[in-house]
Design a protein. Structure first.
Length: 66
């Protein structure tokens, strides 16, 4: 089974472990890992990844669902 796509909102659940790219890390592509606290993107898909807030308060776009 292929990994779930972080560009599709329906694949992301609260409390799920994800890897996101923060705004300041978009140039380097550095990933930050954490659990989803809130889903911030309202549309069902987004070409750069669904925007979420992690439990740490950091906001980024989902690149991988772990």
């Amino acid at each position: 089974m292929p990994p779930l796509d972080g560009k599709v909102r329906a694949n992301i659940k609260y409390g799920q472990e994800v890897a996101v790219v923060l705004k300041e890390d978009q140039a380097s592509g550095r990933l930050t890992y954490g659990k989803v606290q809130k889903i911030l993107t309202n549309s069902s898909t987004h070409p750069h990844g669904i925007k979420v807030r992690l439990h740490t308060g950091e906001v980024g776009r989902v690149q991988e669902i772990l």
